[in-house]
Design a protein around this ligand. Sequence first.
Ligand code: ZN
Length: 128
Amino acid sequence: MKTIRTITVQTHDHGPVIVREPSWCLGDHPDGGNRSDITHTGRMVQLTLGGQTMLASAQLAQWPYSVRSRVPFVAVEFADGEHEYDPAELQALSAALTEFASITLPLVGDLLQLAIETEEAGHAARHA
Ligand SMILES: [Zn+2]
Protein backbone atom coordinates (compact mmCIF):
# COMPACT_ATOMS: atom_id res chain seq x y z
CA MET A 1 0.00 0.00 0.00
CA LYS A 2 1.29 3.40 -0.96
CA THR A 3 1.91 5.82 1.88
CA ILE A 4 0.59 9.29 1.14
CA ARG A 5 2.90 11.97 2.48
CA THR A 6 1.41 15.30 3.41
CA ILE A 7 2.88 18.55 4.65
CA THR A 8 1.25 21.61 6.16
CA VAL A 9 2.18 24.99 4.74
CA GLN A 10 1.10 28.21 6.48
CA THR A 11 -0.13 30.51 3.72
CA HIS A 12 -0.86 34.21 3.74
CA ASP A 13 -4.21 33.90 1.97
CA HIS A 14 -5.61 30.47 3.05
CA GLY A 15 -4.01 29.85 6.46
CA PRO A 16 -2.68 26.31 7.01
CA VAL A 17 -2.90 24.24 3.82
CA ILE A 18 -2.39 20.47 3.93
CA VAL A 19 -0.56 19.52 0.74
CA ARG A 20 -0.19 16.03 -0.70
CA GLU A 21 3.58 15.63 -1.24
CA PRO A 22 4.52 13.69 -4.39
CA SER A 23 7.24 11.06 -3.96
CA TRP A 24 9.57 12.92 -6.35
CA CYS A 25 9.46 16.27 -4.52
CA LEU A 26 12.72 17.35 -2.90
CA GLY A 27 11.78 20.99 -2.50
CA ASP A 28 11.28 23.25 0.47
CA HIS A 29 7.83 24.64 1.22
CA PRO A 30 8.34 27.85 3.14
CA ASP A 31 5.52 29.36 5.15
CA GLY A 32 4.18 32.84 4.48
CA GLY A 33 3.46 32.87 0.74
CA ASN A 34 0.15 32.57 -1.04
CA ARG A 35 -1.34 29.10 -1.57
CA SER A 36 -0.76 29.44 -5.33
CA ASP A 37 2.99 29.91 -4.63
CA ILE A 38 3.35 26.35 -3.31
CA THR A 39 5.69 24.51 -5.67
CA HIS A 40 6.87 20.91 -5.82
CA THR A 41 10.35 20.50 -7.29
CA GLY A 42 12.31 17.36 -8.09
CA ARG A 43 16.00 16.62 -8.47
CA MET A 44 17.81 19.26 -10.49
CA VAL A 45 19.81 18.07 -13.49
CA GLN A 46 22.55 20.51 -14.50
CA LEU A 47 24.37 20.95 -17.79
CA THR A 48 27.82 22.25 -17.00
CA LEU A 49 30.98 22.71 -18.96
CA GLY A 50 34.14 21.65 -17.16
CA GLY A 51 32.07 21.18 -14.04
CA GLN A 52 32.01 24.94 -13.49
CA THR A 53 30.20 26.86 -16.22
CA MET A 54 26.48 26.25 -15.75
CA LEU A 55 24.76 26.22 -19.13
CA ALA A 56 21.34 24.85 -18.31
CA SER A 57 19.35 23.10 -15.64
CA ALA A 58 16.17 21.05 -15.64
CA GLN A 59 13.90 19.71 -12.94
CA LEU A 60 10.47 18.23 -12.52
CA ALA A 61 8.06 20.80 -11.04
CA GLN A 62 4.40 21.32 -10.22
CA TRP A 63 2.26 24.20 -8.97
CA PRO A 64 -0.45 22.17 -7.17
CA TYR A 65 -2.70 25.21 -6.56
CA SER A 66 -2.10 27.10 -9.78
CA VAL A 67 -5.14 28.67 -11.44
CA ARG A 68 -3.64 27.84 -14.86
CA SER A 69 -2.25 24.28 -14.80
CA ARG A 70 -1.64 21.86 -11.95
CA VAL A 71 -0.06 19.18 -14.13
CA PRO A 72 3.64 18.43 -13.44
CA PHE A 73 6.12 19.77 -15.99
CA VAL A 74 9.87 19.96 -16.53
CA ALA A 75 11.31 23.43 -15.97
CA VAL A 76 14.38 24.06 -18.13
CA GLU A 77 16.50 27.13 -17.50
CA PHE A 78 19.31 28.25 -19.80
CA ALA A 79 22.18 30.50 -18.77
CA ASP A 80 22.42 33.82 -20.50
CA GLY A 81 25.37 35.04 -22.48
CA GLU A 82 27.71 33.95 -25.19
CA HIS A 83 30.39 31.38 -24.57
CA GLU A 84 33.50 30.84 -26.70
CA TYR A 85 34.67 27.30 -27.42
CA ASP A 86 37.87 25.91 -28.84
CA PRO A 87 37.68 22.46 -30.47
CA ALA A 88 38.33 20.59 -27.23
CA GLU A 89 35.74 22.64 -25.35
CA LEU A 90 33.27 22.13 -28.18
CA GLN A 91 33.75 18.37 -27.89
CA ALA A 92 33.19 18.65 -24.15
CA LEU A 93 30.04 20.69 -24.81
CA SER A 94 28.79 18.05 -27.21
CA ALA A 95 29.37 15.31 -24.63
CA ALA A 96 27.68 17.38 -21.91
CA LEU A 97 24.65 18.04 -24.15
CA THR A 98 24.37 14.33 -24.90
CA GLU A 99 24.49 13.48 -21.19
CA PHE A 100 21.94 16.21 -20.40
CA ALA A 101 19.60 14.82 -23.05
CA SER A 102 20.06 11.27 -21.77
CA ILE A 103 18.93 12.36 -18.32
CA THR A 104 16.15 14.76 -19.28
CA LEU A 105 14.53 12.81 -22.12
CA PRO A 106 13.44 9.93 -19.85
CA LEU A 107 11.57 12.56 -17.82
CA VAL A 108 9.11 12.74 -20.73
CA GLY A 109 7.89 9.27 -19.76
CA ASP A 110 7.69 10.31 -16.10
CA LEU A 111 5.66 13.37 -17.10
CA LEU A 112 3.16 11.35 -19.06
CA GLN A 113 2.65 9.01 -16.09
CA LEU A 114 2.38 11.95 -13.65
CA ALA A 115 -0.13 13.69 -15.90
CA ILE A 116 -2.28 10.53 -15.86
CA GLU A 117 -1.96 10.21 -12.06
CA THR A 118 -2.81 13.91 -11.57
CA GLU A 119 -5.85 13.54 -13.78
CA GLU A 120 -6.96 10.40 -11.92
CA ALA A 121 -6.44 12.07 -8.51
CA GLY A 122 -8.49 15.08 -9.65
CA HIS A 123 -11.18 12.76 -11.03
CA ALA A 124 -11.29 10.81 -7.74
CA ALA A 125 -11.46 14.07 -5.72
CA ARG A 126 -14.36 15.36 -7.86
CA HIS A 127 -16.28 12.13 -7.28
CA ALA A 128 -15.44 11.59 -3.60
ZN1 ZN B 1 6.63 19.32 -2.55
